[in-house]
Design a binder for this molecule. Sequence first.
Ligand code: NAG
Ligand code: NAG
Length: 147
Amino acid sequence: MRFLAAILLAVVSLSPPSSGKVYSQCELAKELKCVYGFAESSLADWVCLVQHASAYNTTALTVNGGRPRSRNYGLFQITDYYWCESAIGTNECNIACSRLADDDIADDVACAKEIFRRQQFRAWSGWRSYCENKNLSSYTRGCNLTC
Ligand SMILES: *[C@@H]1O[C@H](CO)[C@@H](O)[C@H](O)[C@H]1NC(C)=O
Ligand SMILES: *[C@@H]1O[C@H](CO)[C@@H](O)[C@H](O)[C@H]1NC(C)=O
């Protein structure tokens, strides 16, 4: 019994520390505002976007059909076809795609801001389908956004 517990403990402590953070709505809204300086008025759009892109999963990875096969990385599901370094397309954010698939979202946010600077929210098809012209008040309702 003690032996089993020791094995279990070893296995648990061996698992990688960053095995993929999943945010809650309010946690994300607050971090975008307080850590990354997003305007409070934009938070509901960003939270809605992330909900429909990755369901708040920092390590979400989607492989698209079609040729060439592109992939979408991380919280904002950023495509390697335009924004990060891969065998296909361009690398407009100047970043390794793998850095968009870990639970450090600082670089994801920087790239998302660059995408937004060029194309606004329209760059994200999920935002167009689920967030554009919708009442988004529920995405930040009840969140404490005091920094
Ligand atoms: C997050 O995405 C990764 C990669 O697709 C997946 O393995 C993991 O199960 C997801 N986590 C949750 C909580 O859905
Ligand atoms: C959005 O919905 C909330 C309740 O769900 C409501 O209080 C608010 O007035 C609505 N805003 C607009 C612009 O319709």
